[in-house]
Design a protein around this ligand. Structure first.
Ligand SMILES: Cc1cc2nc3c(=O)[nH]c(=O)nc-3n(C[C@H](O)[C@H](O)[C@H](O)COP(=O)(O)OP(=O)(O)OC[C@H]3O[C@@H](n4cnc5c(N)ncnc54)[C@H](O)[C@@H]3O)c2cc1C
Length: 309
């Protein structure tokens, strides 16, 4: 089995190498996009065959698709894998169409005993769908599911490659998205805010709670996407960030499947909601039927007393 993997973040490439190892790939080729030599150093030590490095920061998904097709001709991969990101979905779906091969997204597991069998998260992560595919196939992996190999085995050759920018899309300017203070995906405690909050100013209450717990504030989609009260990188869920904190405290969030897909791997979920029939209570470890405006100040007060002992 030969694998060609691609990505524009070191961590994604490391996880993809982890996936390729589970695939028992005897050849792993890597296309590293918009990265530098330092960024791929760790990847090169994990027993991959070769790293093709595009250092140019202004490449589009079109350019990457063209490069992967070009590399496929020499590598002849059974699997072309990318990360489960917006770019990853776009590139693999275009590759699937251009090469006329199956495309599988959100791969969470792999088995190659009899045939290439891919497990894929379905229905917002509530079910696992088993796909038996005939290579070649292109796929995206669900991030956070495949561990990078721990053993270092020499260093692979890194070849700098250029891309021909033939696509119709041209990058004219790049602007960083507004970012929140703390990365919610890395925080062990996350306080989630939903439409139970009446105004942007009231989110201060959640921030105070997060500060007291040593955590970060995340939110449901409407808070970031519709109201713009928090930056997009605080948005949790199926179409936002998937987090796996030790504690997720959801304040005024109903528990829609699309939101819960992002917190499924949390160790403990605590929900505060005025509606005792809110779906979130069925998926929480602890449920508090209360008005968050009354509950949070009392809880904070008790928490401070407990923490000061
Ligand atoms: C394709 C698609 C993708 C989506 N992706 C995402 C995603 O990634 N993430 C996401 O979050 N959503 C996503 N959504 C939206 C999702 O379906 C829900 O609409 C959204 O999660 C609801 O947000 P909410 O729980 O904050 O609001 P609501 O559903 O309106 O819930 C607000 C809750 O607050 C409670 N409440 C009201 N006042 C108080 C109070 N004072 N104290 C305590 N509780 C109170 C109410 O009882 C209610 O349960 C997606 C939707 C679609 C169609």
């Amino acid at each position: 089995m030969k694998a060609l993997i691609f990505g524009n973040k070191t961590q994604h490439l490391l996880e993809l190498v982890g996936f390729a190892k589970q695939l028992k790939a005897d050849e792993v080729h890597v296309l590293a996009v918009s990265l530098g030599e330092e960024d791929v150093k760790e990847v090169a030590e994990l027993g991959v065959n070769k790293i093709y490095l595009i250092e140019d920061k202004d490449v589009t998904t079109d350019d990457v698709v063209d490069k992967l097709i070009e590399l496929s001709k020499s590598v002849n991969p059974d699997v072309i894998g990318g990360p489960g990101t917006r770019d990853g979905y776009e590139i693999t779906s275009r590759l699937g169409a251009r090469l006329n091969i199956p495309t599988v997204t959100e791969v969470v597991g792999v088995n190659i005993e009899e045939a290439l069998t891919l497990e894929r998260a379905a229905i917002g992560g509530r079910a696992v769908c088993i796909e038996v595919v005939k290579p070649p196939v292109t796929l995206t992996i669900s991030l956070g599911k495949f561990k990078p190999p721990e053993e270092k085995v020499g260093a692979a050759v890194v070849e700098k490659v250029s891309v021909e920018k033939k696509g119709k899309v041209k990058i004219v300017n790049v602007e960083e998205k507004a970012k929140g203070g703390i990365d919610i995906a890395a925080s062990p405690i996350v306080v989630g805010v939903g439409r139970g909050f009446k105004s942007k100013e009231d989110l201060e209450l959640a921030q105070k709670l997060a500060n007291a717990l040593g955590g970060a504030v995340g939110c449901s989609r409407p808070i970031a996407a519709d109201y713009g009260w928090l930056p997009e990188d605080a948005w949790i869920g199926f179409s936002g960030k998937k987090i796996r904190p030790k504690l997720y405290m959801a304040l005024g969030i109903s528990g829609a499947a699309e939101h819960m897909a992002g917190v499924r791997d949390a160790n403990v979920i605590v929900a505060v909601n005025t509606d005792e029939k809110a779906p979130i209570f069925e998926q929480s470890d602890y449920g508090v039927v209360a008005d968050l405006y009354e509950f949070v100040p009392v809880f904070l007060d008790r928490l401070k007393k407990v923490l000061s002992k």
